[in-house]
Design a binder for this molecule. Structure first.
Ligand code: SAM
Length: 196
């Protein structure tokens, strides 16, 4: 079944999606700061999903929806093409043991699905404290001719002065751990690498 998240909002408009939104702190701040934007959080863990859903209800934010599902399945099978303006992926579970790497969310098939759901010009922001997983993600994204890396600070999509850290970001910043960040933009067909 193909789903159009716009059906869940009162009016159409730009849509930002956060995968693995945890307790929803980042989404809540961002949604309150950007009332004209629609936000969808996707969270697999029932306890975090419940926590975040309660939080959004308490704050009565009208422009956020949260879905409890596996983002991998949702992106690959259900989400309508070209509907996401900004994709936020922060501190995805690194599954550090080698035998668990296959559980990582960001693999070639997922990247294909994520690029499919981005609008032309849409951005994908990713950050991680796990060097090896971050490098793997970058390799996968760099290999896509339909994505171009942009400056983190160039992403008006959230990396500007109003940037509000996620729970993990706040925690790791306090611990002075290095956080790696990258931002990509989906090329429009006209500005693909061969058209330049
Ligand atoms: C390490 S935490 C990071 C939480 C938050 N992004 C942050 O930066 O504070 C990863 C989160 O992603 C969720 N998650 C992991 N795999 C997921 C998937 N396939 N679909 C949806 N959520 C997922 C986990 O339940 C967890 O809440």
């Amino acid at each position: 079944m193909v789903v159009d998240p716009m059906d869940w909002f009162d009016s159409p408009g730009p849509l930002e999606v956060e995968i693995g939104c945890g307790k929803g702190g980042f989404l809540l701040s961002r949604a309150r700061a950007n009332p004209h934007v629609r936000f969808l959080g996707i969270e697999w863990a029932a306890k975090f999903h419940r926590y975040a859903a309660d939080r959004f209800a308490r704050w009565q934010v009208a422009n956020v929806r949260i879905l409890r599902t596996d983002a991998k399945v949702f992106f690959e099978r259900n989400l309508r093409a070209e509907c996401v303006t900004v994709l936020h992926l922060y501190h995805p579970d690194p599954w550090p043991k080698k035998r668990h790497h296959k559980r990582r969310l960001v693999q070639a098939v997922f990247v294909e699905a994520a690029v499919r759901v981005l609008v032309a010009g849409g951005r994908w922001l990713v950050q991680s404290d796990h060097e090896e997983y971050f490098d793997q993600i970058r390799r996968l994204l760099d290999a896509r001719p339909d994505l171009e890396e942009i400056e983190w600070s160039d992403a008006n999509a959230g990396a500007g002065a109003d940037w509000i850290g996620t729970n993990f970001e706040i925690k790791y910043t306090r611990e002075e751990r290095l956080i790696r960040r990258a931002a990509y933009r989906k090329r429009s067909v006209e500005t693909g690498p061969n058209q330049r």
